[in-house]
Every structure is written in C-alpha cells, then in structure tokens.
Ligand binder design. Structure first.
Ligand SMILES: [Fe+2]
Ligand SMILES: [Fe+2]
Length: 144
C-alpha cells in the first residue's frame, strides 16, 4: 500500500468517525428530550429506556471524540437538533430506524479500521454496532 493510499484511508476513517460522533451527539440530545417529554405511567418503561440510553450514547460520543484526536484529527460538532416526535410510538419507530443506520455505520467503520491495522478501533466499532443493535431490539420490544 502506498503512503498516499494510506493517508486517504486515514482521511476517510477520520471523516467517518466525525460523522459517527455527530450522529451520537444528535442521538443523546434527542433521547434526553424524549425522556423529558414522556409522561404517563403506561410509558414509564420507555422513559427509563431513553434515560439509560442517553448514558450509552454519551459514552459512544466520548470514545469517538477522544479517538479522533489521538488519530490526528479534530472533532467538529454539527449535530442535528430535530426534536423527537410527541407521539411515543412514532418516537420509537424513528429511533429504531436510526439505531439500525448506526449499526451499519459502525460495521463500515470497523472494516476501515481493520484495513488501517487498528485492531482496537475495529473491535470497539463492532462493540458499538452491537450496542446499537441492542438499543434497536429494546425499542422494538417496547413498541410491541
Ligand atoms: Fe451510540
Ligand atoms: Fe443507540
């Protein structure tokens, strides 16, 4: 592999990590608002799920921001501030679709990290893909 090719892979990786960082920040902001907006005893489990997942997504975002810097990049934030739906079922359907997009995104980042010889990053991206798949599954269970 030529030096130029390696550098373009590294650029693609940094761009992908920054994209993922923005998706994570957008997600934890949206989940924080979702938990805040949900009222009613019948939705208590959904509210608890969103509150718990805020913490998971902050952890994902923090890992990504740290890694971007250690790979020589600069984290750049431009989150999507679209608020969550008012209807809880719509909220869940939207977020299930987003979680599934994130699973695919992390699996792609794992491939790029592997090509760059970054075994730790590859495994972490696979872990985050598994976390997002689990989030989607939890939401699907709550949706019924
Ligand atoms: Fe996440
Ligand atoms: Fe998630």
């Amino acid at each position: 592999m030529s030096a130029a090719k390696m550098s373009s892979n590294r650029e693609e990786l940094l761009k992908g990590l920054n994209h993922a960082l923005n998706r994570e920040v957008s997600t934890f902001l949206r989940y924080m608002l979702s938990a805040a907006k949900i009222k009613g005893a019948q939705w208590a489990a959904v509210r608890d799920m969103y509150s718990a997942e805020v913490v998971d997504e902050v952890g994902h975002a923090t890992y990504l921001a740290d890694k971007i810097v250690m790979l020589g990049g600069t984290p750049e934030l431009n989150p999507d501030l679209t608020p969550p739906a008012n209807d809880v079922n719509e909220m869940l359907k939207y977020d299930i679709a987003q979680e599934i997009i994130d699973v695919k995104g992390y699996l792609r980042l794992a491939e790029i990290a592997d090509a760059e010889g970054l075994a730790d990053l590859k495994m972490k991206m696979e872990d985050q893909a598994a976390d997002e798949a689990h989030h989607a599954e939890e939401m699907q269970r709550l949706l019924g």
